[in-house]
Write a protein that binds this ligand. Structure first.
Ligand code: CP
Length: 360
């Protein structure tokens, strides 16, 4: 994590991930209170700007911001002035002029959150150069943010400017999904099996299999980085057509033997076939995919007694995972969702609340 944005889980390093996960423990406790709210981000405004469909990530970021007492603005692209020809840059800078402190951005194109962060930083630099009463942080889209004459990176958001949190960009990254998955594995193993590692975030020695459509998955990319950063051994299991064209530099093993991997894994992490990102035929048939790579009820009998089954959602029951396996005790799919709120509270707090850097 840079001091200002969360664009990739790779920015965090082991210390940064550990810091987020330790803070998330505190926010899990807050979530159990009769009134699950703290004043940590009172006066801050978080905009959720989702240009691609979402249930879990959008609602959990919004719940997290509200539990921290931030104001939440929900931007809906389908009913916005984007439809009148306004550019994405002008849209973002217009929202910033209204006093947004953090943008939570999902987009179908890889790199959009980083691009938005760059626009915000450039606008802030232009505002700072203009000085008090200058053009403001909107890049000329609106003059309102310069009116206060703060003379910083942005007259509205102050010298740090607005933060950007990547809520999933194309097939690139989904950093908060990886953080909540690390949190879930660590804390669920501790809760179930009494593991009490000295450093709670460490997944050292665990064998984690990520199964399915790796090629189109931002979750797989962020999780490979996060799991390996915390010391786990990661095996990708997929048909050759659903692996990335190159795995050069990926700290993983690859297998096509689903039965063998399931039998020896501590965590089996299933992915959805992302048909919205497929522009050609990658599989002979869904039936064959399920038979070879699905976690069927029969295959789930190979799981070890302490194995966890995970999925980022949305789940397509009967394809990558059988319904009865998704609902079985080894599945922590709903725990992942619940933990997502606390982990996103931690990330928002670290970026907006304390202003502290995370990691090195
Ligand atoms: N896991 C995940 O990103 O789910 P949504 O697409 O529903 O946000």
């Amino acid at each position: 994590m840079t001091p200002q944005h969360l664009l990739s889980v790779a920015d965090l390093g082991p210390e940064g991930i550990d810091e987020v996960l330790r803070l998330a423990d505190t926010f899990v406790e807050v979530g159990r209170r009769p009134i699950p709210r703290v004043p940590a981000l009172r006066g801050k405004t978080v905009a959720s700007a989702f240009f691609e469909d979402s249930t879990r990530t959008r609602l959990s970021f919004e719940a997290a911001a509200k539990r921290l007492s931030a104001d939440v603005m929900t931007f809906t692209s389908s009913s916005s002035s984007l439809n009148k020809g306004e550019s994405l840059r002008d849209t973002v800078l217009t929202l910033e002029a209204m006093g947004v402190d953090a943008f939570v951005i999902r987009h179908s194109c890889a790199g959009v959150p980083a691009q938005v962060a760059g626009w915000l930083e450039s606008a802030g630099a232009a505002s700072a150069a203009a000085g008090p009463g200058g053009a403001g942080g909107t890049g000329g889209t609106s003059g309102t943010s310069g009116a206060g004459g703060a003379g910083g990176a942005s007259a509205v958001t102050g010298p740090r400017g607005a933060s950007v949190l990547n809520a999933g960009d194309g097939a690139h990254e989904h950093p908060t999904q990886a953080l909540l998955d690390c949190f879930t594995i660590s804390r669920e193993r501790e809760r179930r099996f009494g593991h009490s590692p000295a450093r709670p975030a460490v997944l050292s020695g665990l064998r984690i299999a990520i199964v399915g459509d790796i090629r189109h998955s931002r979750v797989a990319r962020s999780n490979v980085i996060a799991f390996s950063t915390l010391g786990a051994s990661v095996t990708l299991v997929a048909p050759p057509t659903l692996l990335p064209p190159s795995l050069c530099g990926w700290p993983v093993e690859v297998s096509h033997d689903m039965d063998g991997v399931v039998a020896k894994s501590d965590v089996v992490y299933l992915l959805r076939l992302q048909s919205e990102r497929m522009n050609e035929q990658f599989l002979p048939s869904l039936r064959e995919y399920t038979a070879t790579f699905g976690l069927t009820a029969e295959r789930a009998r190979l799981l070890g007694p302490s194995a966890l089954v995970m999925h980022p959602g949305p789940v397509r029951r009967g394809i990558e995972i059988a319904a009865e396996v998704a609902d079985s005790p080894c599945s922590v799919i709903t725990t992942q969702v619940a933990n997502g709120v606390a982990v996103r509270m931690a990330v928002l707090y670290l970026l907006l609340g304390s202003g502290a850097q995370v990691g090195a």
